[in-house]
Design a protein around this ligand. Structure first.
Ligand code: IPD
Ligand code: CA
Ligand code: CA
Ligand code: CA
Length: 281
């Protein structure tokens, strides 16, 4: 195995180290959850492991960079308005770490082995480092702005499928069910007959990492939060892919409705969402 670290740059090494430590902890706790709570809805779960992993990451980052700011999922009240307010405040900081300690909590709770730690660093509003760690497969995805993306020293690249008919598409149904229907169902119904296959794995971060690594051709989901996609967006871009919102406008930190792809099929995904009336929510 190649080591995780792709460059000696301090930020990346700290992000990798934090993701590895938190990931190890999460994996060791699978099947042992004691506190199962809910947040915005009955489907929106949180456990002591989400909180514990976020604490670990916070502590590690702040040990190295006490003056940096951290926007972590478990430090923000649930609900779109609270997320928007927290992001507005966080954006004031020159160095902002955007952290999802466990992306795929529902999977984690059920023992479905598809969840990840996601850590991004934005410098003056620009995504600079993105790390996603899958502790189950021990896969560390690392992207640095302008330097490409890697998984264990091997450069990642998006796939080459040029049509939806040849494509494997990932998507997600957010726990906030107002986003699931009816537009989300209409989008699903529209795109399903056109593609080779659909996967809904339940981790936005891993779906984005898989677009970056060419394992799926594209991914879309509405109603996401900054920590679900910040690291993954940089991975996709640095792997030669494209990321926009569902209207086709460029991604910015705070974009909630995401389309990520190998670039070739991007417009076809956008058209399908448009046909289904699933671009604005
Ligand atoms: C969730 C996962 C899921 C997606 C949800 C996210 P969480 O994140 O990424 O795949 O469908 O929209 O909220 O809560 O498990 O970190
Ligand atoms: Ca959550
Ligand atoms: Ca998440
Ligand atoms: Ca989470």
């Amino acid at each position: 195995r190649e080591p995780y670290v792709v460059s000696s740059k301090g930020y990346t090494a700290v992000a990798i180290n934090a993701a590895a430590k938190a990931g190890e902890y999460i994996k060791s706790r699978q099947g042992t959850v004691k506190e199962l709570g809910t947040k915005s809805s009955a489907q929106d779960l949180v456990t002591e492991v989400d909180k514990g992993a976020e604490q670990m990451i916070r502590r590690l980052v702040l040990t190295h960079y006490p003056e940096h700011a951290i926007l972590g999922e478990e430090g923000v009240e649930p609900g779109a308005d609270a997320v928007t307010a927290a992001l507005e405040e966080a954006k004031e900081h020159e160095y902002l770490w955007i952290v999802d300690p466990v992306d795929g909590t529902t999977n984690f709770v059920h023992g479905f082995p598809f969840y990840a730690v996601s850590i991004a660093l934005a410098v003056r509003g620009e995504l600079t480092v993105g790390v996603i760690y899958d502790p189950v497969r021990d896969e560390m995805f690392v992207a640095e702005k302008g330097k490409g993306a890697y998984v264990h020293g091997v450069k990642t690249a998006v796939s080459s499928e040029a049509s939806l008919g040849d494509s494997l598409i990932a998507l997600g149904f957010p726990p906030d069910r107002q986003f699931s229907q009816p537009a989300n169902l209409a989008a699903f119904q529209n795109i399903l007959p056109k593609v080779r296959g659909i996967r809904a794995g339940g981790s936005a971060a891993l779906h984005l990492a898989y677009v970056a690594a060419g394992r799926v051709s594209g991914y879309y989901e509405v109603g996401l939060s900054p920590w679900d996609c910040a690291a993954g967006v940089l991975l996709v871009k640095e792997s030669g892919g494209q990321v926009t919102d569902t209207l086709g406008d460029p991604y910015h930190i705070g974009t909630r409705h995401i389309v990520a792809s190998n670039g070739h099929i991007h417009d076809d995904i956008l058209s399908s969402l448009k046909e289904a009336g699933a671009t604005g929510f």
